[in-house]
Design a protein around this ligand. Structure first.
Ligand SMILES: [Zn+2]
Length: 217
């Protein structure tokens, strides 16, 4: 499926396009498409007043683009909470179906959902649910692979990608758990973790997609 206008707005928002210019290369990588298609779509979004676009520099969201992006991200993350809490969805299933629902959820439904769920602050994968003004607090996080062996931290967020989510859920990774690396095998081999007192193993590659509280170094 080719990404549509709304996917672009969401991507620019997630890449920081509320405050700063996001370059085309970042957008192309995030959406996994050719840079030429990005340039074409950005022109369209600019004509519709959804972004400010400076060729060779990048783009950021206009007020209108911002409010569209925020309502998509809010809808997506609230649906994920609903699907997991009330319909027994798995990590990856929730992400997949929220991807569809976000595009057809009117703002009235989003705010009823928010109220029904008692205003959750995070989606099940640990991403912050923006308020209707779009503000998100960025806590300083680092990836798990950078945690020194023996140091304790907490798991806060994982990258939302289907295969990865299935792998991590299967391995027993949960948001909020305390985590300590017990052993790191040589040459980026698997990591043995102490997760809330349980022994769990994850690949080094997966550890690069698990975000934890930044530790003092
Ligand atoms: Zn999520």
């Amino acid at each position: 499926m080719t990404p549509n206008k709304e996917d672009y707005l969401k991507t620019i928002y997630k890449l920081g396009g509320m405050e700063e210019l996001v370059n085309n290369k970042q957008i192309a990588e995030a959406l996994q498409i050719a840079p030429a298609s990005v340039t074409e779509m950005l022109g369209k979004l600019k004509r519709e007043g959804l972004i400010h676009y400076e060729p060779y520099k990048g783009s950021c969201l206009t007020a209108e683009g911002m409010s569209a992006a925020i309502s998509l991200v809010r809808g997506h993350r609230l649906w994920e909470v609903f699907l997991m809490r009330h319909l027994g969805y798995s990590w990856s299933e929730a992400h997949e179906d929220a991807e569809l629902l976000e595009h057809i959820t009117p703002s009235r439904l989003t705010s009823r959902l928010d109220n029904f769920l008692n205003y959750p602050a995070y989606c099940p994968h640990g991403s912050e649910i923006p308020h209707s003004d779009g503000q998100i607090h960025h806590h300083p996080l680092q990836t798990l692979n950078l945690l020194p062996v023996g140091t304790v931290s907490h798991i806060r967020r994982v990258t939302e990608e289907k295969e990865l989510l299935d792998y991590l859920q299967e391995a027993g990774i949960t948001i909020g758990s305390s985590v300590r690396i017990v052993e790191a095998a040589a040459y980026e081999g698997p990591l043995t973790l102490d997760l809330d007192g349980k022994r769990v193993q994850v690949s080094y590659k997966a550890a690069c997609q698990i975000y934890i509280d930044r530790t003092e170094d």
